[in-house]
Design a protein around this ligand. Structure first.
Ligand code: IMP
Length: 183
């Protein structure tokens, strides 16, 4: 692999840095409106949501708290099974808190369904979800996703926190990988 041209590994760019920033600003505006007068705790899911969290949080003109969870989902290949293990739990007690889960992408939604029911068992005032990307299959899931950046086709995408084999998370844009990367 040519280490010098990471962005060149993309076969097409789905969303540029500018487009992502504008969309996150719109989402932040909606969230700010919806949570007016209420304290808000943003919960990011490591590692993919790091970029979304960093940029979304900085769009707010209000106080927000941030906390993180790391979970691993067991599944065959690239598909998750919904069987989840907590690798890092929240530092915050969310009892009585308004929680907004910040995600990079929802594919089957299995991981998120598990996470939402786990969080709900801790007695929060509310739990909602914000995701930058959502794939078609996720629309069939039972959990309601309140804030969606973009609905995308069923393709494997990388960049802006999303990885292929732990690489490409640091790309500023989101795109699909060129076939030579897999070979
Ligand atoms: P779900 O349980 O099927 O919704 O799995 C969601 C997780 O799978 C995400 O948090 C990502 O870690 C990973 N994932 C799903 N689709 C993609 C993709 O297109 N690119 C990179 N990671 C993905």
């Amino acid at each position: 692999m040519d280490e010098s041209d990471v962005a060149g590994d993309l076969v097409s760019v789905l969303y540029t840095e500018d487009q992502i920033a504008k969309r996150l600003a719109e989402l932040a505006e909606a969230i700010e409106r919806d949570y007016e007068g209420r304290e808000l705790l943003l919960v990011g899911v490591l590692k993919g949501a790091v970029m979304v969290m960093a940029d979304l949080a900085r769009q707010f003109n209000r106080h927000v708290e941030m906390d993180w969870m790391a979970i691993s989902s067991y599944g065959a290949g690239t598909k998750s099974s919904g069987v989840v293990r907590i690798l890092k739990d929240l530092d915050t007690d969310i009892n009585g808190r308004h929680v907004l889960v910040v995600e990079d992408i929802i594919d089957t939604g299995l991981t998120l369904s598990w996470l939402v029911s786990n969080l709900n068992s801790r007695g929060p005032a509310s739990v909602e979800i914000c995701t930058l990307l959502r794939k078609p299959e996720a629309q069939r899931m039972s959990v309601d996703v309140k804030y969606v950046g973009y609905d995308i086709p069923n393709e494997f995408v990388v960049g802006y926190g999303l990885d292929f084999d732990e690489r490409y998370r640091n790309l500023r844009s989101i795109g699909t990988l060129a076939p030579h990367v897999y070979s």
